[in-house]
Ligand binder design. Structure first.
Ligand code: NAD
Length: 248
């Protein structure tokens, strides 16, 4: 496979980090972006140390101006972006009884609008064969959990965006797909105040047919497949990767 330019948002830790490392091992040039600068630089350095090609670029997906500027810079240097992994996301627990406009907006702004902000400026230059992968969630497909109404709303919106973009850009040979992870062992799931918290494995494992949380690498491998020519006739789909928890 030719060296592609791959942009990953939220790639300093978790699923984004695993995806960046997977594309790096694949021989692609990986543009590692995050608000976490030290973590993002470390990922780019790890890819280069392993003989791959990578750079770190700070990016807060809440900024249209910064997303536009980064994409313009990448287009100027590489011609176009070949793969976008729209991954950056937050999942703060908020009971609906305590929901404010600000908290609701924050989650939709990062988890839904933030994906659009990197995809929108990149599309005009993207070439046939290019691919976009967005991170949804089982909470956007088939599942609910207490105190996640805002998150489910954003992740359902991501699926609508995937389906709409896939149809609108199929004629140009640009594929758009998503992954809906179940419970994956990352900060978003495990940190106090986030998603399930430190006891996530104990809480969730009894309901998961495979009996365990997933690892970020088990999502990254699916992302890498969706971006590959092995998935050349696959567009507008959301692949559920959850150890059998939901029907997808
Ligand atoms: P994580 O918390 O480990 O990583 C999220 C990354 O997004 C971090 O690097 C963080 O700095 C970055 N980020 C947050 N806000 C940002 C912003 N405004 N601008 C740029 N970057 C920002 O979480 P993760 O589990 O790796 O999640 C990755 C994606 O997968 C998210 O979209 C998440 O909703 C989705 N997901 C995760 C799970 C899970 O169980 N972990 C399940 C379903 C879906």
């Amino acid at each position: 496979m030719d060296k592609r330019t791959v942009l990953v948002t939220g790639a300093g830790i978790g699923i984004g980090r695993a995806a960046a490392l997977a594309f790096g091992a694949n021989g692609d040039h990986v543009v590692v972006t995050d608000v976490l600068e030290a973590e993002g630089r470390a990922v780019a350095e790890a890819i280069r140390a392993a003989g791959g090609s990578a750079e770190f670029q700070p990016l807060n997906v809440r900024s249209t101006e910064d997303a536009d500027a980064l994409v313009a810079d990448l287009n100027a240097r590489f011609g176009s972006i070949d793969v976008i992994v729209a991954n950056a996301g937050i999942a703060l627990r908020v009971p609906m009884s305590e929901m404010t406009d600000e908290k609701w907006h924050e989650t939709l702004d990062v988890d839904l609008y933030g994906m659009m902000r990197v995809i929108r400026p990149a599309l005009p230059a993207m070439k046939a064969g290019a691919s976009i992968i967005c991170l949804s969630s089982i909470m956007g497909t088939a599942y609910g959990w207490d105190e996640h109404v805002h998150y489910s709303t954003a992740k359902s919106g991501v699926i609508g965006m995937i389906r709409g973009l896939a149809v609108e850009y199929a004629g140009r040979g640009i594929r758009v797909n998503g992954v809906a992870p179940g419970y994956i062992r990352t900060a978003q799931l495990l940190n106090p105040g986030h998603s399930l918290g430190p006891d996530a494995a104990d809480i969730a494992s009894p309901y998961i047919p495979m009996g365990r949380l997933g690892d970020p690498e088990e999502i990254a491998s699916v992302i890498r497949f969706l971006a590959s020519s092995d998935a050349s006739y696959l567009t507008g789909q959301v692949v559920t990767v959850d150890g059998g928890l939901t029907p997808g």
